[in-house]
Structures are given as structure tokens and as C-alpha cells.
Design a binder for this molecule. Sequence first.
Ligand code: ADP
Length: 617
Amino acid sequence: MRIITGLARILIVLLSACLSRECAADGPRQRSILVLEEADFRSPFYSEIFDGIRAVAKQNGNIDTVIYGESLDLPRFPGPDYEESLVDHLKTKYARRPIDVVVSIGVASAKFLQKRKQDIWPAALVVYGLVPDLPEVRAVFLPNTTAVFSRVKPTHLLTAARAVVPNLTRVVLVGSAWSNPLVYGHWKQDFAAAMPGLEVTDLSGTVLREVRKQVANLPEGSAILTSAMYSDGEGTYYSPAAALTRIAESTNRPIIITSDTLLGKAGVGGFLLLPDIIGREAGAVAMRILDGEAPASIPPFNGNNVKPIFDWRELKRWNVDESNLPAGSEVRFRVPSFWEQYYWHTMIVTGVLLTQALMITILLRERRLRFLAEVEARQRMSELAHMNRRATAGEMSASIAHELSQPLAAILLNAETAGQMLQDSAPDLGEISDMLEHIRRDDQRASEVIGRLRTFLKRDPTERREIDLNATVDEVFRFLSVQALTHDVGLTTEPSSAGIRVKADRVQLQQVILNLVVNGMDAVAHLPADRRRVVGRTSLAEGNHAVVSIADSGDGILAEKVTEIFKPFFTTKAQGMGIGLSIARTIVEAHGGRIWAENAPSGGAVFHVSLPLVASG
Ligand code: ADP
């Protein structure tokens, strides 16, 4: 039972859908508009009007509206014969196509309808567009019609001309509309009222050839006011844009135009008719009539379809100050300045450059700060090193005194002996001369000891030279020999058989070796005298390196401390400062070398210093 009811329901729905479709087919016929244009609607101006009407009809498109278009093309085909044949043609054409609303565009088509509508579209209602609000124009309107006015007043053209030519004294009128009172009305009176002394040259009926000649050499304070021109007056027909271009080619003065579609082709601009808006406004009224309003109930009104618009390039050409233009003017074809055109590119590039500059500044600053920090660190290190050397020198003062006392005692002895010998009646001058030679040599030895000490203690800036590594090591060992003797430590060197040359600061390198040897001597101090040994070796290693190794016979280093001992202030000694090895490491690394410690298999610690060799050749 349920299934049957369901099926019945579906059937009813399908039937009603079917019926409603049939209903639509039999329903009110398609609505129709005929756009009757006075000129060719393939021209840009009239085609924009047609498109405007079509756009409005589409927007209101609940009900299908068909739009027909007819061009009377009267400016190019004047004369009664053509008009007669046109009426016959249209009558035949629309005999079976009823037209609801005729949208009449232009004064010429209004006049055509006045005479011929009854013959061709008797039942159609009419809305007029592109007509000026002049009594003469209203007079041609049929009864029960309405209109949307559009008008570029003659004074509008004057205003535009004065904006472009501030010292305007003369205007030259070009184009056929000037002679048509249904378009520009009584412009002579209008001009006289607006600018009493204005000189007017009316070339509206003149052939194009003549017009070109006449506008070729116009005086300074003049401008050309145009209206549409279709014919050269000698049998050649143009589009208004082409005619205007020909005039523009030959004139020396600015041209004021009246249509949006001419801007950019020739002419500075002016109060321009906006065809798209004209079409939309007339189309909107046509739709109201189609929806049932009687045309007579819609009073004719002024459209908002004229606007002052100028071509930026032409303004530049004529040196026009934009502030002189009529209020509300629009300027087209503005060539953006480099800045406007590449605003974002420029901003991005500037941003990138600024960021880069900022980064570079920060990096340079960092580098400088680091450099300063390094200089400061080096300074501190040098001060510490100096302290360290003085401390070492202090410790060694006993042995230095000992080293000095030997030559000094010898000098004293020789001087005394020589003195006694001189008391003799016949002194042996040869012997005395030998003694004096000994005194001189002992003195030299004492000076050398002091000189070495002075060099060692001086606070010189780093001075790297190519030095002989074996000689440098040997010098340190000799320097410490007295101290070693005092503490009963056996100091020996085992120089490499080959000469080794490195580029280094001699004093700094000596300090490294000295610190290592002094540490070695400390490390063996507690051992019985016969087991106290420190050995210095030099050798060549792989990778163009020289190695100095200082080995001792002490207890070695705790395995876990082999790296820690190089840290500043690490010490295991009661009187230690813990800076000797840290200074040694800083100096070695500053020379591009490496220092490390290990325990020798036979016991004791070995410290190795590796330094890059001087590149041979
Ligand atoms: P300091 O000698 O004033 O302690 P160093 O920096 O010269 O400072 O040495 C740091 C520490 O390294 C020493 O206290 C010691 O513990 C250890 N050390 C240095 N040389 C040796 C060595 N030859 N044998 C064993 N330990 C050593």
C-alpha cells in the first residue's frame, strides 16, 4: 500500500513539472528591445552604448529579453532615398518581430522615429538616449515617451579649453555637430555670455583638407574645439577618431574633445561623454518600461554621463598644471614615475641593502671588538708572561749570582795579581797583558749572563724571526745550568742532527722551554740526586713540523689531568701559580703549533711542543 502511494506521489511531481514547462512555453512571449543608433554601432562609441544596454538587460534577466540593434548610419548616408529604403527594409525585417521598447540613441534617430516610427514599430514604446536637454530636442519627442539626457554644453568645451590654455583668446570649431542646433544649441550666445571678447573661427562646414590648412598655424592663445566628424566633405568618410587624428597631425594647438572613446587617440581631453554609462542609463529606463511602467510616467532626466577627463601625456605636452583642471577631473594614461613604477622593487632592494649594510656593520663591529679583545688578551698574556719570567728569574737569582760570581772572582783575582806584578822593578808585561785579556773575557762572560737575563726579562712586543731551534733550546739549558747544578739535576740536550729552523719569537719560545724545564726540575726535586734528570730533545716530525720534547724522570702526570694542567691557575704545588703551562700553550698556539703532555713508558712526564717548519726555498 505504501509503495503505491509513493509511486502516485512521484507521478504527480513529474506531471506537475511537465505541465509547468509546457506552461512556460505557452506563457508570455519573449520581451524585446530594439536599440536604434543614429551612427554605426560597430564604432567604439556606439558599440559601448549598445554593450551598456545589453549589460543592464542581462542583470535584470529573470525574464528573457532579446535585444536587436539597428544602425541608421545617417551621418555617413544622408539623403531621403536612403531613408526611404531603410524604412522599407526595417518594416519588412520587423513585420513578424514585435518590438516592446525602442531605445533611440542620438538626435538623428529621435528625428527618424518622429517621422517613421508609426510605419515601422507602431506599438513600441520609446526611450531616448544621447540627446541634449534642449527645447528643440524635446519638440521631436513622440507622445508617451521618456528620455535620459546627455549633454556636453558648449561652455563645457570652453571651460576645458581655458584649463589647457589659460590665456585663451580664440577657439576654432571643428566637426559637423556645431552646425546642428539640436546638438550644441545656441552656442554663439553661450560663448558670448561666458567670454565676451572670445574670437571664434567656425570651421564646422569646411572640408577636412581646408580645416587641416587652417589649424596648421594657429596663434598662441588658441584651442580647437571638436565634435564628431564623419566626412571630409569631399566624398571620403571616416570614423570620427580617424578624422580627429588627421586634424591633430596638422595642428600646432591643443584639441578639446567630447568623447571618452577619442581620448588617447588625439586631443587633450575635456568634458567627455561616457558611452557605457549612457547605454546603462537608457537600458535601465527601458527595463522599467518593460516591467510595466508607462514611459509618460517617467519624467525625462539628466544622466550622469559626462565627466572631465584628460590625457596626462597631452597635459605634459602643453605644460598644463593639473591644478588648473576643472574640479573632479580624471587624468588618464599617467606614466608612472620610476619611483611609482618600481616602488616595491625599490623598497625590497633598499630593505635588502640596508639589512646587508646593517649586518656588515654588525660584523665589522664584532670583528673590531674581537680584535680589541684579542689585543687585550695578548697584552694580558704578555704581562702574565712577563710576570712569569720575572718569577722564574727571581727563583734563579741564586744561580745567576753564582754564574756571575765566578767571572767576578776571577776578574778580582787577576786584577789583584796584575797589581802586585806591577810593583816589581821589572814587571813581566807579557804576563800582565795575558791577565788583562782574562779580565776582559771574564767581564764579557759576566755581561753575557746579564745580557741574557735582560733579554729574557724585557717586555718587547712579539718579534718573529727565523731561528735555529737547536741553538734556542741549548741556550735555555745553558741558562738553567747553574740552577740545575745547585739542585743536583742532570740537564742534558739531545739535539736533532739536522738543523731545524722555525719562525718564532725567540724570547717567547725560550720561555716555553724554560717553563717546561723548570717544571721538570720541580718534578724530580724529591728524588735522590742520582735520579734527577731532565732531557731536552729536538726532532723533525711528519707534516713539516719540528718537535721539542722535554722529558723528566719524575712521577709523571695523573692520566686524567694531562689536559687540565694546561688550564690557567691549575697547580698542585704549594707555591705554584698555575700559569706556566697555560702561558706556554698560548705562546705555542699563537705560533701555529701544539703542546701536549704524556707519560713516558719508562716513567716520568714528557712535554712535546710541535711547531711548523720554515718553508724551504
Ligand atoms: P705551576 O708550576 O705554578 O704549578 P704550571 O702551569 O707550570 O704551574 O703547571 C701546572 C701543573 O702541572 C703543576 O702544578 C703540576 O701539577 C703539573 N705539571 C707540570 N709539569 C709537570 C711535570 N713535569 N711532571 C708532573 N706534573 C707536572
